[in-house]
Design a protein. Sequence first.
Length: 696
Amino acid sequence: MNRFIRTASSLAVVSFLAACGAENLNNPTTAASSDRIGVSEVNENTGNVTIDPSLRVAGNPNDVNKLSPSDASLRACTGDKPRTTGKPESFQKTLLSASGKTISFQIFEPKNFDCKKGSPLVLHGHGFGGARQTSNDGLIGRLVAAGYGVISIDQRGFGDSTGTVRVLDPEFEGKDLLQIMDWAEANLDWLAYDERKDLQPVTGQQFNLVAGAIGGSYGGGYQLLIHNIDAKRRLDVLAPDITWNDLRYSLNPGNVVKTDWDLLLVAGGESGGIQPKLQAGNFQEGLMGGLDPAIRETLVRGATSNAFPAGAKEFFRYHSPDYFCNLDEKATVPTFGVDPIFGGQTKFSFEQKKPARVDILFTQGIRDTLFNFNEAWRNVQCYKALGGDVRLMTHESGHILPVSPSAAAGAPGLGQLMAEGAKQGFNVPKFQEPAGPQSCAGHSVADATVAFFEEKLQFKAADPLVARYKDKACMSLTADAKEAVLVPVSKFLGPAKRDTALAATVPALKVTPGSTPAPQGFAAVAAAVVNPTVLPIELTADLKAARTGGKLVLAGIPVAQLNIASPAPAANPTCTQYDQAVANSPVGVAGVSFACDPIVFVGIGINTAGAGWRLVDDQIVPVRGFSGDKPRVIEMNGIAEKVGKDDEIALLVYGFHPQFPASYSRDVLLPAVSISGTVQLPLIADPEFIKAAAGN
C-alpha cells in the first residue's frame, strides 16, 4: 500500500498493487567528556537523551560472543579496516521463521563505513503486494551513499518470503521482523551502537543498536509494528509514509465497508503473494500462499453482505497502532479467524500497552482515500504524547484511485452508466483526481526523510525545512504541491478523540437543509450521474472578510453534527432491535434491509465562481443509520485547501459514490433521507503560507 496508487489509470490490479512499496532532527549537544564508550546523558525532566557521537562503537559491544556470523564471508571488517574483496555490496539472506516459513531480505552495505564507529542500520519495507528492493537506487541508494546500511525486507507471503499474508500480524510478521533484527545484530559487524542509559533498565543491555526505518503504506505499518513490540527498542527513528492507525477505520469507516479498496487489497494480496512463487516454480508455496483465509473471508464477506463481520474487528485492531496507543478501549479476544499454524483461537501475545518514545517523521497524502489524513493525525497524537520528536508533513500523492469512467468497467454496468452520463453533460461522481507530487511546498518526502535521518542518526545540523515541522504541520494546499500552510500542532483543528466535536471556539456553521430529501440506496444508484445534494454552509462575517482578503484556508479535520431522518412521519420503530439482531451476520440476500439502514456519503465541497461543486481533496465519509433523538457527531476526513474570494462552501451529500461502489444502502423501503445540522470547519483566517522555492 504505497505509491502503487500514484497514477489515475485503470483497475489493473496486479501491476497496480505490485509497485505499492516504492520509496516513497532536534540537534543533539555533546555530552560531557568521558572515557566510556558511547556515553549518554538523560534529562530527568524531559526524558531527552544526549549522546556523544564521537564515542559511537561498531559491532555488538554488549557481548562479543553474540557477534558470531554463521558465514565468515559476512564479515565486513578485518580488525579496524574495511574488507575490500570477497563479498558483494548487496546480497540476499533467508531464514527459517518460528512458524516454519521462509523469511527473505536483501542487505545493502554502506558505501563507506567505519569499522571502529560503525554505520546506522535502516530497514526498508515494501507496499502491499510488493517485494524487497534488490537494486541500489532511489532512496536506498541515497542512504547507502550517505553511510547507512539498509536491509530491504520481503514481508511474510510476498517476494521470496513464504506463508500466508497476515497483514502485519504481531504474532507472525511481527515476530519475523524481530528475527531479522536479531540476525543482523549477530552477523553484521559494521552496525553502530550507542550507550543508552535511558534504555538500560528496560533492555538490560548497556549498548543499543542505532537504527531507523523507511517505507510507505504497508512499508510504513511494519515500522510502527516493530517499535510497538520490540522489547529491545532498537528503532530510534521512523519515517512512515501514508500508513494507517486503525484498520477497522481504514477498511470499514462508519461501519460501511470500503469496497473499492477492500476488494483491491484482496486482489493485491493474492497476486502479490501467489504469482511470484508460481513464476519461480515453487508451486506448493504458491498454492498455499496469498491472503490468510480469515482475512480473505473478512474482506470478501464484507463486500458481499454490506457489513464487516463484527467478530473480525478486534482481529484487525490488533494489527494496528491503535491497539497500543488507545488504552481507553480495552482489547477483547477476537471471535473471528483462527491461528493457521496451531489451530484454534487467535492469540494476543503482545500486551496492550503504550509504546516507548521514538522520533518519527510522519508523511501523508492529503488526497489519500485508503489511509486518509485522519490516520496520520491519530498517529501523531499518540506518538507525540510519548515525548518523542514527532513531525508531520502532507503531500499530493498516496493511495489514489482511477478517475476515468472506463476504469469503472469492472463494476457491472457502472462504467457504461458513468460514460453515458458524461456524454449528457451530467456531473459524474469521480473516484479521485490524479495524484500530484510527493512534496509539500516543493519539499520532497525523500529529501525530508534523508535530512531527518542525518540529524537524528548521524548528528548532522538540522535541515531548516525539516526543522520547521517540529511544531508545525506542513499542509499541502495545491495539486502541484507548490503552496502549503504551516499549522501549529498545538492549535491544530481536529477532534481530540474520534467522532467528538472540535473546540468550542470553532463556530458551528449552519447547514442549509435541502428543499427535497437526499436520494440514497437503490434510488441513488439509479441516479448515479446526477449532481450531489448541495447543502450550503453560511460563513460568519469574520470568515467572509478573511476570504475576501485571500487569507482563509481549510486545514484540518471538519466535524459535522447532523440530523438524519426518514422523510416518513416516523422512522421504523423496530430499527434498534433489527440492528442488534443482524450485527454479526449477513442479512437476507446480499445485505438487503427494510426501512432501517440508510447510508449517505458526505464531504466538504467548494464552488469557485460558479464553475461547479467539487469535493475538497476527494474526501468523503460514509454515514450509516438514522441520527435518533440527538444529532450524530461525525468526524469527517482531513482536508487542506485555500479558499478563494469567490468560493462558496457546502456540505455535499451523495447516496452513491464510486469510492464505495458496492456499499450503498440496500434498504428497499428507503429511497431518501432528510438532512440538517451544523458543521465545524477547520478554517484558519490568518494562515502562515509557504511556497516552493523557484525551480522546485
